[in-house]
Design a protein around this ligand. Structure first.
Ligand SMILES: C[S@@+](CC[C@H](N)C(=O)[O-])C[C@H]1O[C@@H](n2cnc3c(N)ncnc32)[C@H](O)[C@@H]1O
Length: 187
């Protein structure tokens, strides 16, 4: 695709939408944003995102439901303490790691006036469990990159080697993931 065929622009969702982006999109896709939003942010952000769409346009929002978190193992003898501890250490920081709004996304879509709302919530196929689990280590890396010297960051970093051993032995974080689609009404 030639670069002249598309534009990129940046928008901080905690600010108003840029005027020139109002009502210009047929489709808006959002993916893995729960790490950015606190529970109280979601309705306002949804309202802004809908302003980006043309009437009749579609919003598609994909999220991992952190609240559905559990650990799956290849054997009941597997150790899971470090993987579990990593998840728990990272959670109390703020409510971005325990968002209650993800399972409510279809209702939030409807409450914000979207129609034809559909939700596809599913658990990973067995062959995808381990690759998706490995990605959680990148999240810990991002979380601790800033404020590397805080006690919280240190605790996370110290738990990582043991969690990797548990991973190699066949234990993995599992989340339910949801794709929600809705249509902005025609005016
Ligand atoms: C977990 S990543 C997801 C990236 C990508 N959407 C995906 O699914 O792989 C979260 C994204 O949110 C973006 N982000 C963080 N704060 C933001 C803000 N205030 N406004 C807009 N985007 C933001 C980050 O730049 C990052 O790309």
């Amino acid at each position: 695709m030639a670069t002249s065929e598309y534009d990129t622009s940046e928008w901080d969702v905690f600010t108003d939408i840029p005027e020139d982006l109002s009502g210009v999109y047929d489709i808006v896709h959002i993916s893995l944003f729960s790490i950015v939003l606190k529970d109280g942010d979601v309705a306002g952000i949804l309202d802004k995102v809908l302003k980006l769409l043309k009437p009749g346009g579609y919003l598609q929002w994909f999220e991992a439901d952190m609240v559905s978190w559990r650990i799956q193992t290849t054997s009941s003898n597997n150790k899971t303490g470090a993987i579990s501890s990593l998840m728990k250490i990272s959670q109390p920081k703020d409510d971005r790691f325990s968002p209650i709004w993800v399972p409510r996304l279809p209702d939030l879509f409807r409450e914000n006036g979207l129609t034809a709302v559909e939700c596809d919530a599913r658990d990973p196929q067995p062959e995808m469990i381990m690759p998706l689990h490995q990605l959680t280590f990148m999240v810990y890396e991002c979380l601790t990159r800033q404020g590397n010297s805080s006690e919280w960051s240190k605790a996370i970093r110290e738990a990582i080697p043991e969690a990797l051993c548990e991973t190699d032995a066949g234990a993995a974080n599992v989340f339910t993931r949801s794709m929600v689609v809705g249509r902005k009404p025609l005016e």
